[in-house]
Design a protein. Structure first.
Length: 109
């Protein structure tokens, strides 16, 4: 398990934040294209519309969202080691970002 200090130090890992920025852009594109009609995205009426608003903003602000999503990913994976976190595959990272889209889009969970 990574210590809180190690997790905090990972906040500034630019290589990982760049990967998260890419994952955020991909998640936003998924929403914009209407491909958010499966889990982990909520299918409650109106939730897609909330995600579209988020996606439009996210595509213009991936760096800002990358910071927020990276912090969320780190918090959700606090039981892993630094090596496990930084060694996560692109698909694993994309999955974690996708899991958080509804949260950042204001969808009721």
């Amino acid at each position: 398990m990574a210590t809180y200090t190690e997790i905090r130090n990972l906040y500034n890992d630019s290589a990982m934040r760049n990967k998260v920025a890419t994952a955020v852009a991909i998640a936003a594109d998924t929403v914009m294209r209407g491909n958010d009609n499966v889990a982990p995205f909520s299918q409650v009426a109106g939730d897609h519309d909330k995600r579209v608003v988020w996606a439009k903003d996210a595509l213009g602000n991936t760096e800002t969202y990358a910071k927020q999503f990276w912090e969320s990913v780190l918090a959700a994976n606090n039981t892993l080691t630094v090596a496990q976190i930084t060694g996560a595959s692109d698909s694993a990272l994309q999955s974690k970002v996708n899991d958080s889209v509804d949260l950042f889009a204001g969808v009721t969970l």
